[in-house]
Design a protein around this ligand. Sequence first.
Ligand code: TK8
Length: 337
Amino acid sequence: MQTSPWFRLAAALCLAASCGIAAAGPRVLRLGIGLPAASVQGQAVQDFAERVARYSGGSLAIELHAGGQLGNDLSMVGALRAGTLEMSCPDSATLAGLEPGFSAINYPFTFFSETEADAVLDGSWGKQLLSRLPAHQLLGLAYWENGFRHLTNSRRPLLGVADFAGVRMRTMQNPMLVESFRKLGFDAVPMPFPQVYDALREQRVDGQENPLPTIVASRFYEVQRYLTLSRHVYSAHVLLVGKKAWDALDAAQQTALQRAAGESRDFERRLSRDSNERALAELKQRGMQVTVIARPDAERIRNRLRDVLEKYHHEIGPALVIEMYVQLGRLRMASAP
Ligand code: TK8
């Protein structure tokens, strides 16, 4: 049977496209996040996308899927490992099931400042943790900032441990955090982030905890009355690529991603830090009632968690935990007056 030249051309193009050798168009890397596009993280992904396009000479395109469209932190990590999603940027707490060491980042009242977090995460300690990810079919390109976390709830102002009892608090899906919140008297409910707003609105939980810019970007102030400035946990995001997606890139594309990840990390941290004050002002203006947990109370709270942390030192491996404390100690001595 005779086919028309047009048909033959169309067939050839289809074949080329299905073999991935179509000359036209960049390779698309979908990047899923649980936070809204307007969040600090969402804005930083836009910045990352521009850099990746530039540094890869247009051969790569980052496509942002925000607001949990492609899943939550845990399920997206699963998808990266399976090769059904290319990129994500979950909270490092949700990687603890693969590498317990990630929980140490979230030890309550342990990192005191962003400077300390940057030094420990970008230094040998944080790099060591990232180097364990390829064994789990993941590549960690950089630590971005989630930030110091604060409590919100709809029941009452939280001033100290006495007020925590019975407050139903959503936590991230991390056993060390769940146990810590329980130990403090909270009724802790681990839950994926994209479900949190509805759970608060329907009063299935009384509270949640996140950095201030997230409380604004996710409009939690609509369904939460009390804000407690607690800085109880430092929290990092990890920019991840699935190993399958990574291995499909050529060396120049991998270098482009790595470079963009580092530069966008700096952009993201600056934005995160610049946003804190503005976010607090907005939350007050939106009518949230603000209380503060002062340093001595923080110490008391941390002492209550001694047994929980002791248990996790062992699970994580004491060497890694000790190394973190050694680095923190060094930084504190160097910055002491
Ligand atoms: C968004 C989460 C969020 C985190 C949480 O997917 O789960 O509370 O703080 O930023 O990664």
